[in-house]
Write a protein that binds this ligand. Structure first.
Ligand SMILES: [Zn+2]
Ligand SMILES: [Zn+2]
Length: 842
């Protein structure tokens, strides 16, 4: 007798041998069968394969699969492609660890090309694990044609979307204050700071510092007294530009240690009688001696004054708030309102840097901001400006980088922003069309979207979709690139290329596949020779300087006929030869074609001892790249075969495999000659179109003003990639224009500010529509006691182990049994055991 698990494995084998899933979604289904029923559309929320799938991933996959199978059984056509999220900081951080890199400067030293290549490889590290679990749990999804966010054509769609956003005047560059990770060297979005675990307790400094009053227009007697402020981040004092008080709060003048000090209240341990009291409003307009000089504040009459602000509270500190517009959100906003200077001494790595602004304290040069506290306080003590200081005097919850766990700072800098605040009403209206399950998840989502926060999409990193924004260094005009074609309009090619297919040969008449080594002496037929002669008169008019040909007999003969007749030099290149048919060489061409499920599969599937179209594409592209290197201003005729010429022409325009096989005007008749469209697109060392950094940054062009257009250095927020997946996974608008909301998506509740939002945001930006009609939001899986599963608690359950012990179906069933999909699920192995015994072991 076999175990339950063995029975399951047999069923999976049966499904595989009979291609059950493939048949339910195959393109080769009889047309009537496929189109008769309604389509039920679905979009996979792309995971990242640089980590093993956890129980939460398993839960979402089980719920998706159950709904999708149910719809299939109702007679609907349910196409479903896998998707992979591949860009972003998580990937970069993993690679940095692997190669022992500490910061951005190290990456530049290491080589950006090597670094992004390592990122590309690293994202597939655990693909095998994902496939094993999907396979064993019978999660049916098309893994053979997934969408991949680093795919050049996916990125081309993202570019197109950004161009549209730009045309709607919603893409702007703004100087803004934002959460920033000094280790990662990039800003984070509000959504990222909203991740669970972002806030952790931290021991910060507690410093009471005095500012000496120079002028006091309303209360002249205060001249020479001190304003007492409290801060937990002494490093920000260098950027002090003002002080803020609450206009309605009552402040007192105290005598503390022989000095006159103004505060709402004194720090613990200090007691003194108030000499005089006055309202905060009367302090407004006071000027004080700056703690430190800076170029940014020089000549600014608004700097180093007291301002009134409603955000000043009386709970913490002294009721007087030190304002550093470069290092705080409230500070930045007040600075904007009052025209304060943004004084910054810190570089992108979080170090004090005299290259940014001359440092008043040479000893803090090159020191990390939080490590400079003691040095700064010591200096202020010398000046008699410190009332009290405790380096670890204040414990509070503080936001940290969700990837690298470094404490974040607020940092004011220019960023590229999508003005979501301007389309807030549309977002809310589109969300009303969505069926949220459970409803409470929809309410939570509404609370988030009604804030209408703008979306900072720029990241100062390496591995991501580069922002498609080029700017002239002189006149500052910008151009947003929305397609490869538009990009190519700014680059040059050195030569003009024509392509020619050979004349008819014996193998063509016999319908035989013939690549090298040729199965028989495959000469041109009489008809084939006549076809070539007929074309020669046409070629004569083109003024060809050079012929490059495949050395296979039929192309060699064709090229030689042309070369001799017109007296043109000729060269042969192995890389232009026919596709290697492998096991099918010498067999019927129809047998070769039947080997592939779709024409597109010729790019991915290789016959035994043969090659894929992808391999053929790379070798032909390399041949062309060499011609570009060797020659300039030539007219070159390439003589080759149907397959290689079609694939080469597609690759030179940056088309996808699918576009190439479907584009009928890429096919050639026997001996036909055509001009080939060649785009000079950035390509990696393999010859593939690659618009990642650093390749894309080589593209620059002259402006009419005489300046040069260069790309802005940033890459896109990775959430823009996945958020655009409704469009980009279909290569919108190049292959699919008429994108509609999908019927169904399903992910866990932590995507509220993540994917649920970015999908809706992008669909609203592009087509003013929702991205999905129905959304199932799942609760988290916890341990049996309702605790979050985490490595540190040692209560993590691996879905692989559970399936091994109990089988896949009991586990799947259990996840529905234990609670409603929207509720948290306490995973209790004992319950699962009982459930299996009662329902499955019959
Ligand atoms: Zn970080
Ligand atoms: Zn210009």
């Amino acid at each position: 007798m076999s175990t339950f698990q063995e029975k399951e494995e047999k069923i999976i084998e049966f499904w595989k041998t009979h291609k059950i899933f493939k048949r339910s979604v195959s393109e080769k289904l009889p047309k009537n069968k496929k189109t008769k029923g309604e389509t039920f559309s679905f979009l996979e929320g792309p995971p990242t394969a640089n980590n093993v799938p956890h129980i939460g991933h398993f839960l979402t996959r089980v719920c998706k699969d159950t709904i999708l199978r149910f719809q299939t059984m109702r007679g609907k056509y349910v196409p479903r492609s896998a998707g992979w999220d591949t860009h972003g900081l998580p990937v970069e951080v993993e690679v940095e660890k692997k190669i022992g890199i500490k910061n951005k400067r190290d990456i530049e030293k290491y080589g950006v090309d090597k670094f992004t290549k390592a990122c590309k490889e690293s994202v597939w590290q655990y693909k095998g694990e994902w496939e094993k679990i999907d396979d064993r749990s019978a999660f049916w999804i098309d893994q053979r044609h997934p969408y991949i966010t680093y795919d050049p054509n996916f990125m081309e769609s993202v570019w197109n979307i950004l161009k549209q956003v730009h045309e709607k005047k919603l893409l702007v560059e703004e100087f803004r204050s934002q959460p920033y990770c000094t280790r990662c060297g990039t800003a984070l979005s509000q959504a990222e700071v909203g991740q669970t675990d972002a806030y952790q307790n931290i021991q910060d400094a507690s410093l009471y510092v005095k500012f000496k009053i120079t002028q006091s227009p309303k209360l002249p007697e205060l001249k020479g007294a001190y304003l007492l402020a409290w801060t937990t981040t002494p490093w920000t004092l260098l950027g002090n530009a003002a002080l803020a008080v609450h206009p309605k709060l009552s402040y007192s003048l105290f005598d503390v240690e022989g000095k006159k000090v103004i505060a709402y209240k004194l720090p613990e341990g200090y007691s003194a009688q108030a000499i005089k009291k006055f309202l905060g409003g009367d302090l407004v307009g006071i000027t004080y001696e700056p703690l430190y000089p800076s170029k940014a504040a020089k000549g600014n009459d608004n700097a180093h004054k007291v301002y009134g602000a409603d955000f000043v509270g009386s709970d913490d500190g002294t009721g007087i708030v030190h304002i550093a517009p470069a290092y705080g959100e409230d500070d930045f906003q007040l600075g904007k309102k009052e025209g304060l200077p943004v004084i910054n001494f810190v570089n992108e790595g979080g170090l004090f840097d005299s290259a940014v602004e001359t440092l008043p304290l040479p000893e803090i040069e090159g020191i990390y901001i939080r490590k400079a506290h003691d040095l700064i306080v010591e200096d202020l003590k010398q000046a008699g400006l410190v009332l009290s200081y405790d380096p670890k005097g204040h414990t509070h919850a503080y936001p940290h980088c969700w990837r690298c766990k470094s404490p974040l700072i607020y940092f004011a800098m220019p960023s590229w922003v999508i003005k979501m605040s301007k389309i807030k009403d549309k977002i809310i209206a589109n969300n009303k069309k969505v069926n949220w399950v459970p409803k409470t998840a929809g309410h939570r989502f509404y609370e988030w979207i009604k804030e209408g926060k703008d979306w900072n999409i720029s990241r100062k990193r390496f591995w991501g979709t580069p922002l498609p924004i080029w700017r002239c260094g002189e006149c500052k005009k910008i151009e947003v690139i929305g397609s490869f074609k538009q990009l190519a309009s700014h680059t040059k090619i050195h030569n003009t290329y024509y392509i020619m297919r050979h004349g008819e040969a014996i193998a063509n008449v016999k319908h035989t596949a013939s690549s090298q080594p040729e199965p028989f002496f495959n000469l041109l037929t009489k008809k084939g020779i006549a076809q070539v002669h007929k074309t020669i008169s046409q070629i004569k008019k083109l003024g060809i300087n050079l012929i490059i040909a495949s050395p296979v007999l039929r192309t060699k003969d064709t090229a030689q006929l042309v070369a001799e007749k017109l007296g043109i030099p000729i060269a042969f290149d192995e890389r232009l030869q026919e596709v290697n048919f492998g096991q099918f060489n010498g067999k019927k061409i129809s047998e070769y074609q039947a080997y592939f499920e779709t024409e597109e599969d010729q790019y991915y599937v290789s016959p035994q001892k043969g090659e894929t179209f992808t391999q053929m594409s790379l070798r032909t592209v390399k041949a062309l790249q060499d011609l570009e290197k060797k020659h300039t201003g030539k007219k070159i005729l390439i003589v080759s075969h149907q397959g290689p010429l079609m694939v080469l022409a597609g690759a030179m325009q940056g088309l996808t495999p699918k576009q190439t096989v479907l584009k009928k005007d890429l096919a050639l008749h026997f001996a036909e000659v055509k001009k080939m469209i060649v785009y000079n697109l950035p390509r990696n060392e393999e010859g593939e179109v690659d618009i990642h950094k650093p390749f894309i940054d080589d593209v620059a062009w002259k402006c009419s003003c005489g300046g040069t257009y260069n790309r802005v250095p940033e890459v896109c927020d990775v959430w823009l990639d996945s958020g655009s997946a409704l469009f980009s996974s279909k290569h919108y608008p190049f292959e699919e224009k008429n994108t509609k909301p999908v019927d169904f998506i399903c992910e866990a509740i932590d995507q509220t500010r993540g994917w649920f939002y970015t999908l809706l945001a992008v669909a609203t930006l592009v087509k003013d529509m929702p991205a999905y009609k129905n959304i199932l939001v799942l609760g988290h899986v916890q341990d049996a006691h309702g605790k979050k599963m985490s490595k540190s608690l040692g209560n993590v359950v691996s879905p692989k182990d559970v399936m091994q012990e109990y089988g896949a179906d009991p586990f799947r069933f259990y996840l529905f049994y234990v609670s409603e999909p929207g509720e948290p699920k306490k995973f209790n192995p004992k319950e699962l055991e009982t459930l299996k015994r009662n329902y499955f072991d019959l």
